[in-house]
Design a protein around this ligand. Structure first.
Ligand code: NAD
Ligand code: FES
Length: 284
C-alpha cells in the first residue's frame, strides 16, 4: 500500500500525485517509470516518474485523467492509498552512466510535449545539477494545458514555451521551435524528446538532418511491464524490443514510429467501451 501525501491539480484533468514509496525513491533514476495499481483487482497503469525525494522517501507522478483507470487513480485523495506502486522500472537514461566531468558543460536539448513534460523534469534536474547546459522546449496545445513551467525554469539554462494556438510563448509546434533554434546556430551534443508518439516522430524527422543524437521515451501499451506479455513491443533498428524492460528510451533514428503508433491505437475501441473496470489493456 502506498499513501498519497500530496495531490495538486496542474491543469484541466492533469494531477500531480506524491506518494510514500521510500524504497522506490532510494533507487529511482531519471528515465524510469512506475506501475500503479489502484485496488488489488485493478489495472496496472504505467506512469513516468516526474520527481523523487530520496530523503523524504516520496515519488511524484503526473496523471492525465482520460479513461476509466486514470479517473480512478485521480479520484483518490490525500491520506488514501493505492494498492501498489511498483518500480523503479525500465532502464535509466544513458547519461546516468556518464561521469560528472563528462556531463559538465555538455549541451542537451529536451523537447517536452504536453503531459510528457513531467518525465523530462527529473532528467533536466539531474543534468542541471551536474553542470550540463540544458535547453528545454515545452509544447502545449494552449496556455491552460501548460504544466511544469516554473519548476522547469529552475533546472534549465533556457526554457522555450510553445503553444499550438499561440495563446502563450512561441506560436507553433515544438518542431517549429527546433527549426528556429537550429537556424540561430544552436548546437547540442544530445537531444531527448518525450511526449505524444506523433510529436516524437516529427521531432525525429526535424532533427535528423542536423546529426544531433536523439533519444525518445516510448509510451507504448503495457500490461505486465515485466517483459513477459509482449504488449509493449516496438521495432528498433529492425529488431523487436520490449519497451518495459529494454526501454522506455531508445535511439529515435532507429524507431519504427508508424508501427508503434498503429500498435498504440490497437485497443482504442475496447478502451472507449470499457465503462466498467474490466479492461486490462495498457497505458491510457
Ligand atoms: P499534445 O497533443 O498537447 O502535444 C504536445 C505538443 O506536442 C504540442 O503542443 C506540439 O508542440 C507537439 N506536437 C503534437 N503533435 C505534433 C506533430 N504532429 N508535429 C510536431 N509536434 C507535435 O500532448 P498531450 O495531449 O499532453 O499528449 C499527451 C501524450 O503524451 C499522451 O499520448 C501520453 O501517453 C504521452 N506521454 C508520453 C510519455 C512518454 O514517456 N513518452 C510520458 C507521458 C505522456
Ligand atoms: Fe509486457 Fe512489456 S508490458 S512485455
Amino acid at each position: 500500500m502506498n499513501r498519497i501525501i500530496e495531490k495538486k491539480l496542474l491543469a484541466q484533468n492533469i494531477y500531480l500525485i506524491r506518494v510514500e514509496a521510500p524504497r522506490i525513491a532510494a533507487s529511482a533514476l531519471p528515465g524510469q517509470f512506475l506501475v500503479v495499481i489502484n485496488d488489488p483487482k485493478g489495472e496496472r497503469i504505467p506512469l513516468t516518474i516526474s520527481d523523487y525525494d530520496k530523503e523524504a522517501g516520496t515519488v511524484d507522478m503526473v496523471i492525465q485523467q482520460i479513461g476509466v483507470s486514470t479517473r480512478l487513480l485521480c479520484s483518490r485523495n490525500v491520506g488514501e492509498c493505492y494498492a501498489s506502486v511498483l518500480g523503479p522500472l525500465g532502464v535509466p537514461s544513458d547519461f546516468v552512466k556518464m561521469s560528472d566531468e563528462e556531463l559538465r558543460g555538455r549541451r542537451y536539448l529536451f523537447v517536452a510535449g504536453g503531459v510528457g513534460t513531467a518525465p523530462v523534469y527529473p532528467q533536466a534536474k539531474y543534468l542541471h545539477e551536474k553542470g550540463a547546459v540544458v535547453d528545454v522546449i515545452i509544447g502545449a496545445k494552449t496556455k491552460d494545458l501548460l504544466i511544469f513551467e516554473e519548476a522547469m525554469s529552475k533546472v534549465c539554462t533556457n526554457l522555450y514555451v510553445c503553444t499550438d494556438d499561440g495563446s502563450y510563448g512561441f506560436n507553433g509546434l515544438v518542431t517549429k521551435k527546433i527549426e528556429d533554434l537550429l537556424s540561430q546556430g544552436k548546437t547540442y551534443d544530445q537531444a531527448v524528446a518525450i511526449g505524444p508518439m506523433i510529436m516524437m516522430k516529427f521531432v525525429t524527422r526535424t532533427l535528423q538532418p542536423s546529426g544531433i543524437p536523439l533519444t525518445v521515451s516510448l509510451n507504448t501499451l503495457m500490461v505486465d511491464a515485466t517483459g513477459m506479455c509482449g504488449a509493449c513491443r516496438v521495432t528498433v533498428g529492425g529488431k523487436t524490443r520490449f519497451a518495459c524492460v529494454e526501454g522506455p528510451e531508445f535511439d529515435a533514428y532507429q524507431v519504427d514510429f508508424d508501427e508503434a503508433m498503429r500498435r498504440q491505437g490497437m485497443y482504442n475501441n475496447e478502451k472507449v467501451t470499457s465503462h466498467t473496470h474490466k479492461c486490462k489493456i495498457g497505458r491510457e
